[in-house]
Design a protein around this ligand. Structure first.
Ligand code: NI
Length: 226
């Protein structure tokens, strides 16, 4: 499932974040990838241990874990501290798949990457190129969203960031281990949840709505593991 979460950050939150990032010391983005990624990745990132990256990342995580749409779609168990990247002057990230396992920085804990998220921090008209292209069984999907919008997609998909040929593209990105590993199962739970919410608004807590809610939780109990 690919899901666009509109206005995850409002414009003033984006502006404040961009202002803080404007003076950041970016470093080579190849620091956080394996050998396949390193061959096709050409961009800059904030070092994972930089205080600014931590501060902004914590702000994003706070919002993320209070966001009903993200919670329903990703069913998050654990999320890595968000990273920040910047592309300009033709920089790009060729076709790749994200590594399946990541070690949480500063710990011995690892996390399986099930759900990838990209948070756009630059308005689309401020740069050319830089589309995030995600492949699935229906073909290639190109994503270039307003600043503050978040795209959520399965980490199992091949994807790339096209060259940025004008301006600068700044984003945050992060991976989540879901309580439900399988994308199809997560998608079914998300759709069921959405329909139950709509029915509840239309009908209140009728016996049928309560029964469907029970089914939702029993499926989640079957499919999740903690
Ligand atoms: Ni990637």
């Amino acid at each position: 499932m690919m899901l666009q979460i509109r206005e995850f950050l409002n414009k003033s939150e984006v502006a404040q974040m961009r202002q803080m990032l404007a003076t950041a010391d970016w470093s080579d983005g190849r620091a956080t990838v394996g050998p396949q990624g390193a061959l096709v990745k050409q961009n800059r990132q904030l070092p994972t241990d930089s205080p600014l990256s931590r501060q902004l990342g914590e702000f994003i995580l706070q919002k993320l874990y209070q966001h009903p749409q993200f919670l329903s779609a990703a069913l998050p168990y654990r999320t890595v501290p968000p990273l920040f990247n910047s592309y300009s002057g033709g920089e790009h990230y060729g076709l790749h798949v994200d590594g399946a396992i990541r070690i949480l920085p500063g710990s011995t804990l690892s996390l399986r990457t099930d759900v990838s998220s990209t948070l756009f921090l630059t308005e689309p008209e401020d740069y050319d190129g830089g589309e995030l292209q995600v492949m699935d069984t229906f073909g290639a999907h190109e994503v270039k969203l307003p600043a503050g919008d978040l795209i959520v997609y399965p980490s199992s998909s091949l994807h790339q960031v096209k060259p940025v040929t004008r301006g600068e593209r700044v984003c945050s990105f992060f991976w989540t281990q879901s309580m439900v590993k399988d994308d199809q199962q997560r998608t079914m739970l998300f759709e069921l949840d959405r329909n139950i919410q709509t029915l509840r608004q239309q009908l209140g807590d009728s016996p049928e709505v309560l029964s469907l809610t029970g089914h939702y939780h029993n499926l989640l109990r079957q499919w999740s593991y903690l």
